[in-house]
Design a binder for this molecule. Structure first.
Ligand SMILES: Nc1ncnc2c1ncn2[C@@H]1O[C@H](COP(=O)(O)OP(=O)(O)OP(=O)(O)O)[C@@H](O)[C@H]1O
Ligand SMILES: [Mg+2]
Length: 300
């Protein structure tokens, strides 16, 4: 069921449900099939290095011969801005207003909502295009931030539709006007490319747990994904209690059963995988390999 032919897998879900654990396990799995794999985080507080017990600031960091981890944040995004159209856009604007380059960058990223998010998507798109890795496993920040990120390309497409009308009313010279139009066109193209990339190339896995709040949020996530035309590959239900050795566990398991039933009923079309709750923290390659057995035995 899980394809292994060089794809991009994105893991999202509510805070603390096991996204990074599942992403790290999936990365390990692909690497063990001999694929050159990158586990990449767009979380501002990434934990991939922690889970793989990697120290030191090398980027990307090597875990095994075929497994690398990396994270992207604001510095990478700013660097992309520079490379893509920083100076070009700055030159147009600096002929109108007097602004130093750093303040200009700050101004632009706050003016165009979601620009940083879009650049993160584009960063991953470029990485895929570079052919450097056969598999890219994308670990994300908790839900709110990730939904905003996923929504950005289509939102920017809408936003930029209005832009030409606004800018043509400005009293710029003809040369500045046409430069601005060119820039808007290139932004529109970027948003379109990012949206296509998310729709066609990324397989989304939603991670959840059998609890009330997590269940309540799932509906919204599925709707948002469908609205944008994104494919949900799997729904992982993590932290499922599989033991009835004590009254405590029995009670907890019966409570979970309610939500599990609701999940199966509500998302009957999804490819659902259950992951048992372990009595220990999942850290280091050996522990991840145990998770790999459950995650991929059910999936393959
Ligand atoms: N099946 C499991 N059994 C036991 N512990 C688990 C299980 N899955 C995850 N954990 C533990 O739960 C904690 C949170 O997991 P993880 O970091 O993967 O969640 P996350 O969704 O990435 O969190 P965040 O939203 O903070 O990024 C970790 O300490 C992890 O070891
Ligand atoms: Mg995480």
């Amino acid at each position: 069921m899980v394809e292994s032919n060089g794809s991009i897998y994105m893991f999202s879900g509510k805070g603390g449900v096991g996204k990074t654990t599942c992403a790290a396990t999936t990365a390990l799995h692909h690497a063990s099939l001999g694929e050159k794999t990158l586990a990449l985080s767009t979380d501002a507080t990434p934990s991939l290095a922690h889970i793989f017990e990697i120290k030191g600031g090398q980027k990307p960091a090597e875990v095994t011969e075929s497994l690398f981890i990396d994270e992207i944040g604001i510095p990478e995004v700013e660097e992309m801005w520079d490379r893509k159209f920083g100076r070009e856009v700055y030159e147009v604007f600096s002929s109108i207003v007097s602004l130093d380059y750093d303040s200009f960058k700050e101004f632009m990223s706050s003016m165009l909502p979601g620009l940083a998010d879009e650049f993160m998507v584009d960063y991953i798109r470029q990485l895929k295009l570079s052919g450097k890795y056969e598999s890219i496993i994308w670990d994300t920040a908790p839900l709110g931030q990730t939904l905003a990120l996923l929504h950005t390309p289509s939102m920017l497409i809408e936003h930029l539709k209005l832009a030409p009308r606004i800018y043509t009313n400005f009293k710029f010279g003809q040369r500045q006007k046409s430069s601005i139009m060119e820039i808007i066109k290139s932004w529109q193209k970027l948003s379109g490319d990012c949206l296509d990339f998310l729709r066609r190339e990324v397989r989304f896995t939603i991670v959840t747990i059998p609890e009330a709040l997590a269940f309540e949020q799932l509906d919204g996530v599925f709707k948002e994904m469908e609205k944008n035309g994104f494919k949900i590959g799997q729904l992982v239900v993590n932290n499922v209690i599989k033991s009835d050795e004590s009254e405590f566990l029995k009670s907890k398991a019966s409570q979970q059963k309610r939500y599990l039933d609701m999940i199966y009923e509500r998302f009957s079309k999804a490819d659902i995988i259950e992951l048992a709750m372990r009595p220990y923290e999942i850290k280091g390659v050996e522990r991840l390999k145990e998770i790999e057995k459950s995650l991929f035995q059910q999936a393959d």
